[in-house]
Design a protein around this ligand. Structure first.
Ligand code: FDA
Length: 391
């Protein structure tokens, strides 16, 4: 095996393969080292097997980072339309599901094949099932020692992602290497993850399997999508979205009736005075959820017997139901990792470490985390592309 390359990329995931394809097409000799037995395992399980590969509504405001401006440059230079053009050039049929989310009609394997085909047009070597033992930086060259050989290059790209879903090979290795080179790491935490309930909220776990459209809020963040009760707490897209903003001790608020206008309960009383709160709720929500909320609100009897003020108060509670999660389901269930290699250490244009010339970090390893819905792949493509122009 040749030992000298222009670029060594650690990790054959979304960002690493995008970077490899682009860099090899720029004439660079690229080696990608992947510890799993095959590339792109997270891509393969993404989007329920159909890969939600981008989002048409990508804007920097839909990404979390200690520096909210960091992602702007890369996202503006490699856009959802750029990736879509690539998808179409490879003849992959796609569809928009909802909220600008683009999926393959066929399978996520098509995206992995696309990335590998792009790499194959250049000078590219992929080595899977290889364990990195040591990385050194001497005389302007990086030297990567693995269980098989020693490879050298003037550029090294950290593309090993974050630690979410360790059972498919995810690791925190990028942070370890970043720290070795003196780069700061923003405390990683599970994101896009189900939240767990305890205390009084635990009673809601009896509703396991019930789903309904809600508005979920956590601080300034607010998402109108489905929420799902689980045997451990709360899940569904609305909850996964707010989980990225949630910190231990925070309360999240749920509006269970986002489609009911203000005053709906008083109006129901005037139209149907003999109705009860239970029936009014059952008309708008799954029965089990309606009953659980009714039991907690303690507004008994026909609506006609209840004052408008009491009904307005009930309405307010239903629109701002507080939950105080005691935790999340952790990295084992988190779709992504928030936090990561500090953006303060990197050039937003090239992803190169300011203090270690030749060292780059891209994708989920970096402290940039997208919303649910194709945003995280778009960041992987954009940051991988940006680094590829510089290596
Ligand atoms: P990624 O995790 O893709 O790649 C890192 C690679 O590095 C892996 O191949 C890993 O094996 C390898 N590696 C790790 N440690 C190593 C080491 N020590 N040595 C060598 N190699 C190492 N996003 C989205 O936009 N749309 C979607 O539909 C979904 N769906 C989805 C579903 C599920 C179940 C999950 C878990 C995640 C998603 N995501 C998603 C998120 C998306 O998969 C994720 O953000 C990107 O894959 C990140 O790309 P990276 O290349 O940074 O990491």
């Amino acid at each position: 095996m040749n030992n000298n390359y222009d670029v060594i990329i650690l990790g054959a995931g979304a960002a690493g393969l995008m970077c490899a394809g682009q860099a090899s097409q720029r004439g660079r000799r690229v080696l990608v080292i992947e510890h799993a037995e095959k590339p792109g395992k997270k891509i393969l399980i993404s989007g329920g097997g159909r890969c939600n590969f981008t989002n048409l509504h990508t804007v920097p405001e839909r990404f979390l980072s200690a520096n909210p401006h960091f992602a702007k440059s890369a996202l503006s230079r490699y856009t959802p339309q750029d990736f879509l053009s690539l998808v179409e050039r490879h003849g992959i049929a796609w569809h928009e599901k909802t909220l600008g989310q683009l999926f393959c009609d066929g399978s996520a394997q098509q995206i992995v094949d696309l990335l590998l085909a792009e790499c194959a047009t250049g000078n590219f070597t992929l080595s899977c099932g290889e364990t990195v033992r040591q990385v050194r930086h001497e005389g302007g060259r990086f030297s990567v020692t693995t269980d098989r050989h020693v490879a050298q290059a003037p550029s090294l790209v950290l593309a090993t992602g974050g630690p979410s879903i360790p059972k498919i090979g995810a690791t925190a290795y990028a942070y370890e290497l970043a720290r070795q080179f003196g780069l700061k790491v923003v405390e990683p935490r599970p994101a896009l993850v189900p939240l767990t309930l305890s205390g009084e909220d635990v009673l809601f776990r009896e509703l396991s399997g019930v789903a309904t459209e809600v508005i979920a809020r956590c601080g300034p963040a607010s998402f109108r999508e489905a929420a799902l009760f689980t045997h451990r707490g709360l899940s569904g897209p609305a909850i996964l979205q707010v989980s990225s903003y949630w910190r231990r001790g925070n309360t999240i608020e749920i509006d269970f009736l986002p489609n009911a206008g203000t005053g709906w309960l008083v109006e129901t009383k005037h139209q149907n005075p003999r109705s009860t709160l239970r029936n009014a709720l059952r008309a708008r929500l799954p029965d089990r959820l309606a009953d659980a909320l009714n039991d907690r609100l303690k507004l008994e009897g026909p609506l006609a017997n209840l004052s408008d003020a009491a009904l307005r108060d009930g309405e307010t509670q239903l629109a701002n139901w507080p939950f105080r999660p005691n935790g999340s389901e952790g990295f084992a269930k988190a779709e992504v990792t928030a936090g990561g290699i500090s953006t303060a250490e990197l050039s937003s244009k090239t992803m190169e470490a300011k203090r270690v010339p030749g060292l780059y970090a891209i994708g989920e390893a970096v402290d940039v985390t997208g919303w649910l819905g194709g945003y995280n792949f778009q960041w992987a493509w954009a940051s991988g592309w940006a680094a590829a122009q510089a290596v």
